[in-house]
Design a protein around this ligand. Structure first.
Ligand code: ADE
Length: 236
C-alpha cells in the first residue's frame, strides 16, 4: 500500500512514523509513506496557502489551488482521497479494516477554519473525523488513520502482536490481561488463568469481554451479532 499525506507540516508526521511497528513496516516495504508539503504548490510569491473567507467571519480558509495541485501531483486511478475534518464520518475499526484493503490512500490535512469547499465537493472521496472534538489541524487525525490502517496490512504485525484478540476486532472490548508476578502487592491473578484448562480460560475471557462491553459500551452490544457460544456465555 502507498499513502501520500498532504500537509503543511511534513516533518511532524515523518518523525512519528519512523518508530516501532510502522517504522518496521516501512523498512520492510509493506507500506510506502510520502509527505507532500502543500505550501510547495502555492503560486503566491510569499508561499501563502490561506486567505480570508468570502462573506466574512473569523479565521482563514485554505486556498483551493495549492491543494488541488498537491492532490493531482499524486492521484492515480486507484487512489482514495480522504480529507480529515471534524465534519466527517466518525472513524472506527471497521473503516480502518476497509481502508487497509486499498492500494493508494491520499490523506489531506486541513488547517485554519477549513479548506475551500470546492475542493471538498469535487476532489475528495471521503471526509473522516476521528471523534467529536476539534483539533488544530488534520495531522494528528492522519496519524491515527495511518497507524490503525497500516497495522492491519497482512505481515505488519507478527503473530505475537496479532490483532485477532484485541478490542474492537470482533466488535467487543478485549478481556483483561495479566503477566508475572502471580501476586503483585497482594493482588492476585484470577485462578482460572493459572489452571491450564484452555476451554475454561476461553470461556472466562469471552465472559469478561461481554461483561466489559455490556457495562462500558452498550452501544457496541446493540450492534453485535452474537454467535451461539457468545449467547450461551451471556445468558449464564
Ligand atoms: N481536524 C480537526 N479536528 C478533527 C477531527 N476531530 N477529526 C479529523 N480531523 C480533524
Amino acid at each position: 500500500m502507498k499513502i501520500d499525506i498532504l500537509t503543511l507540516f511534513p516533518t511532524m508526521l515523518e518523525e512519528v512514523f519512523s518508530y516501532s511497528i510502522i517504522g518496521r513496516a516501512i523498512k520492510d516495504k509493506l507500506v510506502e509513506l510520502n509527505y507532500i508539503n502543500i505550501r510547495d504548490f502555492s503560486e503566491d510569491k510569499h508561499k501563502r496557502v490561506d486567505d480570508y473567507p468570502f462573506g466574512g467571519g473569523p479565521g482563514m480558509v485554505m486556498k483551493p489551488e495549492p491543494i488541488y495541485k498537491a492532490i493531482e501531483s499524486v492521484r492515480k486511478t486507484n487512489s482514495r482521497v480522504i480529507y480529515l475534518t471534524p465534519k466527517g464520518r466518525v472513524y472506527n475499526q471497521s473503516l480502518a479494516k476497509e481502508l487497509s484493503k486499498e492500494q493508494h490512500l491520499i490523506l489531506l490535512c486541513g488547517h485554519y477554519e477549513g479548506i475551500d469547499n470546492r475542493i471538498v465537493e469535487n476532489y475528495i472521496d471521503d471526509e473522516i473525523s476521528i471523534g467529536d472534538y476539534v483539533l488544530t489541524g488534520g495531522e494528528i487525525s492522519a496519524m491515527v488513520v495511518v497507524d490503525s490502517v497500516v497495522r492491519l496490512i497482512p505481515g505488519v504485525l507478527s503473530s505475537e502482536e496479532s490483532f485477532k484478540e484485541e478490542s474492537h476486532y470482533n466488535g467487543l472490548l478485549e478481556y483483561p490481561q495479566y503477566t508475572r508476578p502471580r501476586v503483585f502487592r497482594g493482588y492476585e491473578v484470577p485462578d482460572v488463568l493459572l489452571s491450564g484448562n484452555h476451554k475454561k480460560i476461553e470461556e472466562w475471557r469471552l465472559y469478561q469481554s461481554l461483561k466489559l462491553t455490556y457495562m462500558r459500551r452498550p452501544d457496541l452490544i446493540d450492534k453485535l451479532e452474537l454467535n451461539e457460544k457468545q449467547k450461551k456465555v451471556l445468558n449464564e
